[in-house]
Write a protein that binds this ligand. Structure first.
Ligand code: AMP
Length: 515
């Protein structure tokens, strides 16, 4: 049997290949046959280059259906897909290209000058261009190739993609994901999230990240479901297309921005079956506001580049506990079928209910290792083969997982652990506070202390000292940040994750004369 992921996804295509597969927000319509033929032509071009097995194809392009075809073509040709955020600048691209040594690099025509220079220096043989307007040298080149292709034979453990971690806490590492990692996770999610014939996915996520590229696209392809394809997330456009969709996947910022639109009503969500959120924590306020405004309960799930999806809130309320299991705000739900998830304390023992520990996982979805970093890989697995996610979390009586933050964001103050999420939750409950983020900064006496950044609700004025005073009434003194700064916006990466490394830098530049 061929373990090539494309062969699995292809099985999900509908019988009638002339059905709609993708409709873009500029009105272009692609059938399943178009996806099949377009990706075959690109795969044939890749194969004609006679690259060594496992060659990397790095793509830094704007979101387009042709970029999706290029991903599928790379799978079909048996090579390794390496997506890069189009926002990366030359020093970042130089690192990724230097590290991954791709045989092929595809970029936008606007970036060709500097990208090709970097790529040729790193030994790349082919640098092509691709626009989001169906043009570029890639398309010119593939036009001469046949639109028939049989996916190259792959073993389950062969690498299909390398995703560079977002690197908010250090140098980016390339997570190697195999055909079996991606295929097994896609199949589990198709079942767990109850995909049915007739589903339509509204796709507004970027496609250089695990969420938009793998979780969303694999689900739609495997289910033979059409995608309403938005080049960028624009709340107005999402609202305009929601009445035609049944499934939406977003990062929490998408939900808060949609909530700010008066047009978000139960009416526009009438056909919707499922709203899914992930990649960053959703505030309980957002979860509740969404329920009130739309009548739908967001399903929050948790995963990462190295492991794909790990946990999910239940799709059906009857999934557990005799019909009692619900989607719970602030929780990321249960370990998915096939995923072993445990939370261990510093002694390496399972934590008690409610106690914080290190989340560790094992399963067919867990990656094989970091590209050319065997020592880093070894460090992040336990001796019994569990991957140490780097996330800290708790389990409740019913088995719901809660994430309290990255272990690297943990603040150790006077030898005691302070979990930023606990402080952020308390801050968010205070009148006038919209959102907050707490980071650790060095302190001569305590080693480290918390530094809080807060955002005010529209029209509210916040007094930082008063906020800290209120926290002192609720929390043990060692947990209360020593300094608080009101800011207009939290720095976030493209997936809506708060960039705590940038906040730490900001905190350090602010006068630190801490008590
Ligand atoms: P990435 O590899 O870029 O997808 O980032 C993965 C990290 O995002 C995880 O290790 C978590 O720290 C965080 N993350 C993903 N989903 C959630 C979620 N639902 N709640 C809280 N954190 C999340």
């Amino acid at each position: 049997m061929n373990a090539n992921l494309y062969a699995l996804l292809r099985q999900g295509f509908p019988q009638d290949l002339d059905n709609l597969a993708v409709e873009t927000d500029t009105g272009l319509r692609y059938s399943w046959r178009d996806l099949e033929r377009g990706s075959a032509m690109m795969a044939n071009w890749l194969q004609s280059l006679q690259l060594p097995d496992g060659s990397r194809v790095a793509v830094q392009a704007d979101k387009s259906v042709e970029a999706l075809m290029l991903y599928l073509a790379t799978l079909r040709a048996g090579h390794v897909f390496l997506p890069l955020n189009p926002a990366y600048q030359s020093s970042e691209v130089a690192y990724f290209v230097g590290n991954a040594e791709p045989a092929v690099v595809v970029c936008t025509p606007a970036n060709f000058g500097w990208v090709s220079k970097i790529a040729f220096q790193a030994g790349t043989r082919y640098v092509m261009t691709l626009t989001d307007q169906r043009s570029g040298s890639l398309l010119d080149r593939v036009a001469h190739h046949s639109d028939q292709q049989t996916p190259v034979q792959r073993q389950p453990s062969d690498v299909a993609a390398i995703l560079y971690t977002s690197g908010t806490t250090g140098r980016s590492k390339g997570a190697m994901l195999s055909h079996a990692n991606l295929g097994s996770n896609a199949q589990v999610l198709q079942d767990y999230w109850g995909w049915v014939p007739g589903d339509v996915l509204l796709h507004a996520l970027p496609i250089f990240h695990v969420h938009g590229l793998f979780i969303a696209i694999h689900a739609a392809l495997l289910n033979g479901s059409p995608m309403l394809w938005h080049a960028k997330f624009e709340p107005q456009r999402v609202l305009a297309d929601l009445p035609r969709a049944t499934v939406f996947m977003g990062v929490p910022t998408f939900y808060t921005r949609l909530l700010a639109q008066p047009g978000l009503t139960p009416g526009v969500c009438a056909k919707m079956r499922l709203f899914i959120s992930g990649s960053a924590p959703m505030l309980v306020d957002t979860f509740q506001d969404w329920q009130q405004r739309t009548g739908h309960t967001v399903l929050e799930r948790y995963g990462m580049s190295e492991t794909l999806m790990l946990t999910s809130n239940p799709y059906r309320a009857d999934a557990r506990f005799g019909g009692q299991a619900e989607r719970v705000g602030g929780s990321v739900g249960f370990a998915l079928p096939g995923v072993s998830l445990r939370i261990h304390n510093e002694q390496g023992l399972p934590v008690a209910v409610g106690e914080v520990g290190s989340i560790q996982v094992k399963g067919p979805n867990v990656f094989g290792g970091y590209w050319r970093m065997p020592e880093k890989t070894a460090q992040e697995f336990t001796t019994d083969g569990f991957f140490i996610t780097g996330d800290m979390g708790t389990l409740d009586d019913n088995g719901y997982v809660r994430i309290v933050g990255r272990s690297k964001d943990l603040i150790i103050s006077g030898g005691l652990n302070v979990y930023p999420v606990e402080i952020e939750d308390a801050l968010n409950q205070l009148p006038g506070v919209l959102e907050s983020a707490v980071v650790g900064v060095p302190h001569p006496d305590f080693g480290e202390v918390g530094f809080a950044f807060v955002l005010a609700k529209p029209g509210a004025t916040l007094a930082p000292q008063a906020l800290l005073g209120s926290l002192k009434e609720q929390l043990a003194g060692f947990k209360v940040p020593k300094q608080c700064q009101v800011i207009a916006e939290l720095p976030r990466n493209a997936m809506g994750k708060v960039q705590k490394n940038l906040l730490r830098d900001m905190a350090l530049t602010l006068t630190l004369d801490l008590p």
